[in-house]
Ligand binder design. Structure first.
Ligand code: 26Q
Length: 789
């Protein structure tokens, strides 16, 4: 046992004894987790403190995000510390093991892609020893847990700190006050360490928790008004009580606005306090020392808030705004119109009274600057930040910030040509592309140790862990049958591990020798899980008719959550379950084809599925998915992509070759050209396959439990609604080409070696999609920060 492990063991024993009166052998998994995590925090404290000082003393960057979807910390942090094996052995000697800790909860403080990206970026920055820290909200309840009840999604609260939160340190002494119109709330910071790999550098994720100024009202309590005595406390705590379970943003609630203001203001106050400790009241260096990245528009109120705080320090508007303009940059994550945040003036004025006048002043600056540039009046009108009595947050961010970026090359082009076109015409130099990436530590090393070991062995070193492009060297093994067989065996192992987990966690049995095809992501119309399940239903009919006799047995997996109020997305979940049921009741076809909906998709579930998958479904309508990051995780684990030319898929096939993936469907240009004369009903009338799968929705084949949901889905395609054109996402247009591509994948998969070669090539060419590459680009092109010494 090495020295560090000995120290961890001693600390663990001490913690177990003092906190629980237990030993390693008698503690519960939750107690072991707490004791081990606390011991590890103890081990890293000095390094953490040192890194924190280094950040504050250099130009550093802050990632402002309403979401950080970090998942489980324990296994990742052991990996970073190089202690996984030693600690497991130490625990095994006492009759327990690390595997026991699988039961602990994920920290699901995010909805999906945007939140998980934030977590990957912190991981990469720590590994690259870059001075980046995160600021966000410590939600009491994270994203709801999904239960499937009679095929329907049911939401259950996610009490993620039920067994404590041993990775966070509460910093009472760094509390700040947040002033709303009619009350004041305390923001208490909780810090989580972000460990780098192969370095002692440690970043900080600081999450704010809302608390009342007074714990309760004594006078009311004395008068036996017990509810009233805690009313203020509850109102304060409401602010960080729950994550909005919504990944498109069509929710215009006051509470949401209060949340956004809460963490934006708290984080800026924190930055100003640290700054003043070093520079007193001279704010001339503030912009030179800070770069704030706004993760979508959720923290954009930080812009007027910084102006306000600087004016409170005695600066005039001009001086405060000049500093503010040097601090912020903005990342856009979606082109969906409903997600472009606008905050109604009356709500802003009610919730955060000081800010609207500042936004108006910023708007005045904008008009002045545009007129100086000679921009035509109609363009000025369209760019106004306060048009229609609303604050337009994306416009505010572009004007008052340094840079704006999209998250994949195609997405950035769409921002320039369409979504932010007028802005691009005035400030082209502000636009950048930063294609997303994912961390190979969690999404390869941690989730697929067998594949990681093979890559390390073939490469002769584990340097791919910090330089993912090193894997290109391994393309030379493509024609090495022994290596391809080994890769196939690893895939088989991972399917088995996933199958065991699925059995244990959800009681679902699957056959790990089949082909695993997965579509795992939030459920959304534009992501087209509906198209996938319709095509699977068509495959079912064709197999039943004896048309696909050489079909390789395949299980089609779906996993993902729907926003609780999103009727159609919920209907799609029910539909997937219904198609699964119909196939299950057909003893012949189910030998070849199965559909499984995996409940409660989250980071830990993704770790299993990403490693087990053979085929990665990335089938969004061209021009709708900003980037996607699941596509990258699946690629790194050797899946082939079955996808449209959308988001980062474009760059994935550019790296790995169209011949190693399955690209189908309309391109953005075709979609744009078609927009005005598109007739889905015509396709339905002329294509018998489309006709029968659509009819299954309404002719009694599939049963929506009397909810009318399937009729509504049917109508959404063939008739539209008064607020939406028929088949907005072009399912009918792509159906035929998609079905052909799906069959082609299946045919190709029958030649195991040839198919393995494609998957392998994807692994070797995934280097571009490391978040290390992405973060290095942000550091160089947007933040201008450097490695700490
Ligand atoms: C806004 C207002 C009120 C309530 C909720 C929201 C809200 C919350 C989350 C709006 C949007 C989101 C999340 C968006 C998101 O996850 N976008 C994804 O970002 C990924 C990382 O860049 C991309 O890979 C995905 O393509 C994109 O969909």
């Amino acid at each position: 046992m090495n020295e560090r492990t000995k120290a961890v063991k001693a600390a663990m024993n001490f913690a177990l004894k003092t906190d629980y009166h237990k030993t390693l052998a008698t503690a519960t998994p939750a107690e072991l987790h707490t004791a081990l995590s606390r011991s590890l925090v103890g081990v890293i404290t000095d390094d953490w403190q040192k890194s924190r000082e280094q950040h504050l003393n250099a130009r550093h960057a802050l990632y402002f995000s309403a979401e950080f979807l970090v998942g489980r910390a324990i296994f990742n942090n052991l990996l970073c510390l190089g202690l996984t094996k030693e600690v497991d052995e130490m625990m095994r000697a006492e009759g327990v093991s690390l595997a026991d800790l699988e039961q602990v909860e994920d920290a699901a403080l995010g909805n999906g892609g945007l939140g998980r990206l934030a977590a990957c970026y912190l991981d990469s920055a720590a590994t690259l020893e870059l001075p980046l820290d995160g600021y966000g909200i410590r939600y009491r309840y994270g994203l709801f847990k999904q239960q499937i009840d009679n095929g329907f999604q049911k939401e259950v609260p996610d009490d993620w700190t039920k067994y404590g939160d041993p990775w966070s340190i509460r910093r009472e002494d760094e509390t700040v006050l947040i002033e709303y119109g009619c009350r004041t709330v305390r923001a208490v910071p909780y810090d989580m360490p972000v460990l780098g790999y192969g370095t002692d550098h440690i970043g900080t994720l600081r999450l704010w928790q809302a608390e009342p100024v007074e714990p309760f009202d004594f006078v009311r309590f004395n008068n036996q008004d017990y509810d009233g005595s805690v009313a203020e406390k509850n109102r304060a705590e409401d602010i960080s009580r729950v994550l909005y379970p919504n990944d498109s943003g069509d929710e215009g609630k006051v509470l949401r606005l209060e949340q956004e203001y809460f963490f934006s203001s708290a984080s800026l106050q924190d930055m100003l306090r640290q700054y003043k400790k070093r520079h007193g009241n001279d704010f001339s260096q503030f912009a030179a020392l800070h770069a704030v990245q706004l993760n979508d528009t959720h923290p954009v109120l930080a812009i007027p808030e910084l102006v306000r705080l600087l004016m409170q320090e005695g600066l005039d508007f001009e001086a405060a705004f000049a500093i503010t303009r040097g601090v912020f940059s903005y990342t856009n994550h979606t082109v969906m119109p409903e997600a472009l945040e606008t905050l109604p003036r009356h709500l802003l004025e009610r919730a955060v009274p000081g800010l609207y006048p500042i936004i108006e002043k910023i708007d005045g600056k904008l008009r002045q600057e545009l007129s100086e540039k000679g921009v035509p009046g109609d363009v000025v009108g369209r760019l106004s930040i306060t048009r229609d009595n609303c604050a337009h947050m994306a416009d505010l961010a572009v004007f008052a910030g340094r840079y704006v970026n999209g998250v994949a090359r195609l997405h950035t082009e769409i921002l320039k040509n369409r979504v932010l076109r007028d802005w691009y015409s005035v400030y082209p130099e502000r636009f950048q592309n930063k294609t997303n990436g994912v961390t190979q530590r969690r999404w390869l090393a941690l989730c697929n140790p067998e594949l990681a070991a093979l890559l390390t062995r073939l490469l002769g070193s584990d340097r791919w862990l910090t330089d993912l492009s090193a894997l290109t060297e391994l393309t030379r093994y493509e024609n090495d049958e022994a290596v391809m067989r080994e890769f196939l065996a690893i895939k088989r192992t991972r399917r088995g591990e996933f199958a065991d987990w699925l059995q244990k966690t959800h009681g679902i049995t699957v056959d790990p020798t089949r082909l695993f095809d997965v579509q795992i992501k939030r459920i959304h119309e534009y992501k087209r899980q509906f198209l996938n399940i319709l095509a699977v239903l068509e495959l079912y009919y064709e197999i039943k008719e004896g048309q696909l006799n050489d079909f390789k047995p395949t299980t089609y997996f779906f996993a993902g959550k729907s926003a609780p109020g999103y009727r159609r997305a919920k209907a799609i979940i029910k539909l997937i379950g219904e198609v699964a049921r119909v196939i299950e009741n057909d003893p012949q076809v189910r030998q070849k084809l199965r559909v499984v909906f995996v409940p409660n998709y989250n980071v830990s579930c993704a770790e299993y599925m990403v490693a087990a998958a053979d085929v990665s479904e990335q089938i969004s309508t061209a021009g709708t998915e900003a980037s996607g990051t699941g596509n990258m995780k699946l690629m790194a684990n050797g899946s082939v992509t079955l996808g449209t030319l959308d988001g980062a898929n474009v760059e994935i096939v550019e790296e790995a070759g169209e011949s190693n993936n399955y690209i189908f469907g309309a391109h953005v240009e075709e979609i744009n050209d078609r927009a005005n004369d598109y007739n889905p009903h015509g396709i339905y009338e002329s294509d018998g396959r489309v006709h029968r799968v659509m009819d299954a929705l309404v002719n009694g084949t599939l049963n929506d439990g009397g909810s009318g949901d399937f009729r509504e889905l049917y109508d959404s395609i063939l008739h539209g609604a008064d607020w939406q054109r028929p088949d907005q996402y072009y399912l009918m247009l792509d159906f035929g080409r998609y079905l052909d591509a799906k069959k082609q994948v299946n045919r190709d998969a029958q030649d195991e070696l040839a198919f393995a070669k494609k998957g392998w090539h994807n692994i070797c060419m995934c280097g571009k999609f490391s978040s290390d590459r992405a973060i290095a680009e942000y550091a160089r092109d947007i933040w201008q920060i450097e490695k700490v010494k």
